[in-house]
Ligand binder design. Structure first.
Ligand SMILES: NC(=O)c1ccc[n+]([C@@H]2O[C@H](COP(=O)([O-])OP(=O)(O)OC[C@H]3O[C@@H](n4cnc5c(N)ncnc54)[C@H](OP(=O)(O)O)[C@@H]3O)[C@@H](O)[C@H]2O)c1
Length: 395
C-alpha cells in the first residue's frame, strides 16, 4: 500500500498529491492551499479539461511532472493510482472522476473530493472501499485516525467538512441527526413566482463565490438535495436523520445533533480554502490564509425551514435517494444538463426541478439499483442525451 508514505511515516519529502480539475474553482483553491504548505505536500500530477495554458503554468509553478488535458476516466485512473501519488484531490465536475476515485482507493490512496458524482452516483461502489481501508487500520489500532472511512474519502464540500469535523472523536452511535445548512440562494425572500428568473439573477449568490453550475444549484436548492444524498453515504445515516435548515448568513457550515440534545456546529467564513485544507491536513490543523469568523461582526445568525413548495428540487433529490443509485445518477446527470440549458436560455428556472422529477421518474425505476461503474457511465450518457431535448412544464 503506497498511501500516506511520507506523512504517515514522518518522512520529510511531503505527500505526493494529484489534483484532478486543477484549473477550476476548487482545483485552483486547492493549489493555493498546497502552495502555502510546501513541506507537507508535493504536487506530482495535474489534470484539467481544456485550459491547457493554465495547466502548463500550474505545472511549471509546482514542478508537477505529470499533466493531462481532456483525459478519459481510464487515463485519470492511471494517474490516481501512480506509485508517487499518495493523495488525490478530485475537483472535476461530472462522472469522469468516478474511475479515478475507485482506482485511488483500490490502490490505498487517500481521496479528498468536491465532486458530487463520486457519492451521488457511485456511493455504493466508493464507500465499501473506504470502509475496508478503515477496517484494516482499525484492526491494528481502533484509535488510529485512519480507522475511519472519512480519513480515506474526505469531503471538501463545506457542509460535509463541517459535519465531519463535528464527528471527529464522537461515538457515531450517539448521533441523533445531521443538520445541513443552506444559504437559501438569491430567491429566499422572493419573488414568489420563480418562472421568469434569468440566469444573471440566479448567478448572483448572496454569500459564496463559486462556479456557475453550483451557483445555480444553490439557487434551486438542488445542491442541498445532492448533499443530502451524499450525506447518507458518507455518514451511513438514513434520509430521515438528515435535516436541512436555511441559514442565510452561511456562517454555520453545518451541525450534528447528538442523543443528549447537544448540537455541535462548525462555523467559518465562506472560503473553500478552509474545508480544502482540513481535507488535506486531517487529523492535524495548520494555519490558513482564510479569514476566521468574527462573531461580533456576524452579529446575528438566522435559521428557518426550507420552502419545499418554491424549491421542489430538494424533495425530488430526497426521493431519488430513497429509490436508489439509478435514480440519483439520473438526477445528477439531468441536473447538469438542466443547468446548462437554463444558462443558455433553453429552459426556464422552474423547468430545472421539472426536468429533475421527469428524469428520476423515467430512469429511476429498474431492478438494478447497484449498477457497476460501466452501467453508471452508460446511464449518465443516456440521461444527458434525453435531457438535452426534454420538453415539459417550464421548458
Ligand atoms: N466551486 C465551489 O465552491 C464548490 C463547492 C463545493 C463543491 N463543489 C463541487 O466541486 C466540483 C468542481 O466544482 P468547480 O466549481 O471547481 O467546477 P469548475 O470551476 O467548473 O472546474 C471543473 C474542473 O474540472 C476540469 N475538468 C473537466 N474535464 C476534465 C477531465 N476530463 N480531466 C480533468 N479535469 C477536467 C476543468 O478543466 P478546464 O477548466 O480546463 O476545462 C476544471 O479544472 C463540482 O462537482 C462542484 O459541484 C464546488
Amino acid at each position: 500500500m503506497s498511501s500516506l508514505r511520507s506523512a504517515d511515516a514522518g518522512g520529510g519529502a511531503g505527500l505526493g498529491v494529484a489534483v484532478l480539475g486543477s484549473t477550476g474553482s476548487i482545483g485552483s483553491q486547492a493549489l493555493d492551499v498546497l502552495a502555502a504548505h510546501p513541506h507537507e505536500f508535493r504536487v506530482v500530477a495535474l489534470a484539467a479539461g481544456s485550459n491547457g495554458d493554465l495547466l502548463a503554468e500550474q505545472a511549471r509553478r509546482f514542478g508537477a511532472g505529470v499533466t493531462a488535458l481532456g483525459a478519459s476516466g481510464e487515463d485519470l485512473a492511471e494517474i490516481a493510482a501512480r506509485d508517487d501519488v499518495d493523495f488525490v484531490v478530485v475537483a472535476t465536475g461530472g462522472i469522469v472522476s468516478l474511475r479515478p476515485v475507485l482506482a485511488a482507493l483500490t490502490a490505498g490512496k487517500v481521496v479528498a473530493t468536491a465532486n458530487k458524482e463520486t457519492l451521488v452516483a457511485g456511493g455504493h461502489l466508493v464507500m465499501p472501499l473506504a470502509r475496508s481501508l478503515a477496517a484494516a487500520r482499525a484492526a491494528g489500532d481502533p484509535g488510529d485516525p485512519y480507522a475511519s472511512p472519512l480519513a480515506w474519502l474526505r469531503p471538501i464540500d463545506s457542509e460535509h467538512s463541517a459535519i465531519w469535523q463535528c464527528l471527529v472523536g464522537e461515538p457515531l452511535n450517539r448521533v441523533a441527526s445531521l443538520v445541513l445548512t443552506a444559504s437559501g440562494g438569491p430567491f429566499l425572500d422572493g419573488p414568489a413566482d420563480l418562472a421568469r428568473i434569468t440566469p444573471a439573477q440566479a448567478l448572483r449568490h448572496p454569500t459564496w463565490s463559486m462556479g456557475a453550475k453550483i451557483t445555480i444549484d444553490s439557487a434551486t436548492l438542488a445542491n442541498k438535495g445532492l448533499e443530502v444524498v451524499e450525506a447518507r453515504w458518507l455518514y451511513d445515516v438514513e434520509d430521515d436523520a438528515i435535516e436541512v435548515v436555511v441559514h442565510p448568513q452561511s456562517v454555520v457550515h453545518s451541525a450534528v445533533r447528538f442523543v443528549d440534545g447537544s448540537l455541535k456546529a462548525q462555523l467559518g467564513t465562506p472560503d473553500m480554502r478552509t474545508p480544502i485544507q482540513y481535507a488535506l491536513t486531517y487529523p492535524d490543523r495548520l494555519p490558513s490564509p482564510a479569514a476566521a469568523v468574527d462573531l461580533v461582526a456576524a452579529g446575528r445568525l438566522d435559521f428557518r425551514a426550507p420552502d419545499e413548495a418554491r424549491f421542489p428540487a430538494l424533495r425530488i433529490a430526497r426521493e431519488a435517494g430513497r429509490i436508489g443509485q439509478r435514480a440519483t445518477t439520473a438526477l445528477i446527470a439531468a441536473d447538469d444538463i438542466a443547468v446548462a440549458r437554463f444558462l443558455d436560455d433553453s429552459l426556464g428556472f422552474t423547468g430545472i426541478p421539472a426536468l429533475l422529477a421527469a428524469a428520476v421518474e423515467r430512469f429511476g425505476a429498474g431492478v438494478d439499483q447497484a449498477p457497476d461503474v460501466d452501467a453508471l457511465i452508460a446511464l449518465d450518457d443516456e440521461v444527458r442525451g434525453w435531457a438535452t431535448t426534454w420538453q415539459g412544464a417550464g421548458a
